[in-house]
Ligand binder design. Structure first.
Ligand SMILES: O=P(O)(O)OC[C@H]1O[C@H](O)[C@H](O)[C@@H](O)[C@@H]1O
Length: 278
C-alpha cells in the first residue's frame, strides 16, 4: 500500500471549454477540482496537506472501508490515504483502481477490488465507487463520497430535501432527532447523518443552485465544523468554514454486505441547475 504524496494531478475536460473540467489525483483517487459553467464547484482548503499518509482536506475524499470510527482501521478508512492505480484518463472519464494488499489486510482482513470512476458532463459530475469482494468470505463495509462543496458563505447556505427526515446528531453523541421541518442551515458546528434518503437534495448559497443525487448510497451526511473547530484544524483554519459545506453520499448506518464475487456501486451526481429567479 504505497502512500506517496501527489505528483501532478490529472485533468479532464471532456466537453470543451463550455463544459466542465475536473482535476484528480491517484492519491486517494481524490477529485480536487470541478469547474462547471465557469465556476469552481468544490472546495479545497488552502492549508490542505499533500503529505504521504495524510488525507487531503477538500475535494472529494473517498471513504472506505469504514466511516469515521465505525471499524477497527484508520478513521474514515485507508482508501483516502493510499495511492490508487490510474487505469483510464479520458476522453469521458478518469478511472482509478485499488485492491487489498498486506497493509490493508493488516487493518481490515478482506480481499477486495475498488474502482472510482469520475465522469464530468456539461452540467454535472458523476463520481461512482464500486467495491467487489474477491475473497472467499463475505464482508461488510461502510463508505462515503465526502464531498466538499464550495459556497459563497456558509451563513447563507441552505440544504433542501431533508425537511421530513429524522437524523442522528454526531455533534451530540449521535442523538436521535426528529425532522426539523425546515431546510438545513449552518449557524454553528453541524454534523448529521440522515438515514434512508430517497430524494435528490438541493443546495443553494443564494447565488447558485446545485442538485445532489445519489445511487446505491442510502444515507446522507451533512457537515460543517463551524468556526471554533475549523480554527483548531491545521489543514483548515479560522474562517475557512465559511467557504464550504460537506454533503456526503454515504452508506453508514446499515453496512453494505458483499458475498464472495459480489459487487456494489454507489454514485453521487452533482448537477448545476438554473435558478428559478435567474
Ligand atoms: O477530519 P476528517 O477525518 O476528515 O473528518 C471530517 C468529518 O467527516 C464527517 O463529515 C464526519 O461526520 C465528521 O464528524 C468529521 O469531522
Amino acid at each position: 500500500m504505497p502512500t506517496a504524496p501527489i505528483a501532478s494531478p490529472l485533468s479532464l475536460n471532456p466537453a470543451g471549454s463550455s463544459g466542465s473540467t475536473v482535476e484528480a489525483t491517484a492519491f486517494g483517487a481524490h477529485v480536487l477540482s470541478w469547474r462547471c459553467r465557469g465556476r469552481e464547484r468544490l472546495y479545497l482548503s488552502p492549508h490542505a496537506s499533500f503529505a504521504a499518509g495524510k488525507a487531503i482536506r477538500g475535494g472529494i475524499p473517498v471513504i472506505f472501508p469504514q466511516f469515521a470510527e465505525r471499524g477497527p482501521g484508520p478513521r474514515h478508512g485507508f482508501a483516502r490515504t493510499c495511492t490508487w492505480d490510474t487505469v483510464e484518463t479520458g476522453p469521458e472519464r478518469l478511472l482509478f483502481r485499488f485492491a487489498d494488499d498486506e497493509t490493508t489486510r493488516a487493518s481490515w482482513p478482506h480481499r477486495f477490488a475498488a474502482e472510482l470512476s469520475v465522469e464530468p458532463g456539461p452540467d454535472r459530475l458523476r463520481t461512482a465507487l464500486t467495491i467487489r469482494n474477491r475473497g472467499d468470505e463475505a464482508f461488510e463495509f461502510t463508505a462515503a463520497l465526502h464531498t466538499y462543496l464550495r459556497v459563497a458563505d456558509v451563513a447563507g447556505t441552505l440544504v433542501h430535501g431533508l425537511e421530513d427526515r429524522p437524523y442522528l446528531d454526531s455533534a451530540r453523541q449521535g442523538l436521535h432527532c426528529e425532522p426539523d421541518d425546515a431546510p438545513v442551515r449552518f449557524e454553528a458546528e453541524l454534523d448529521r447523518i440522515y438515514p434512508d434518503v430517497r430524494k435528490p437534495l438541493r443546495l443553494t448559497d443564494g447565488e447558485e443552485l446545485l442538485r445532489l443525487e445519489a445511487e446505491g448510497f442510502n444515507d446522507v451526511v451533512v457537515w460543517n465544523p463551524g468556526r471554533e473547530l475549523a480554527a483548531g484544524m491545521s489543514d483548515l483554519g479560522a474562517d475557512e468554514h465559511h467557504r464550504f459545506v460537506c454533503v456526503e453520499a454515504a452508506a453508514v448506518l446499515v453496512p453494505i454486505r458483499l458475498e464472495p464475487g459480489q459487487a456494489w456501486t454507489g454514485a453521487q451526481i452533482l448537477v448545476v441547475e438554473e435558478r428559478a429567479d435567474a
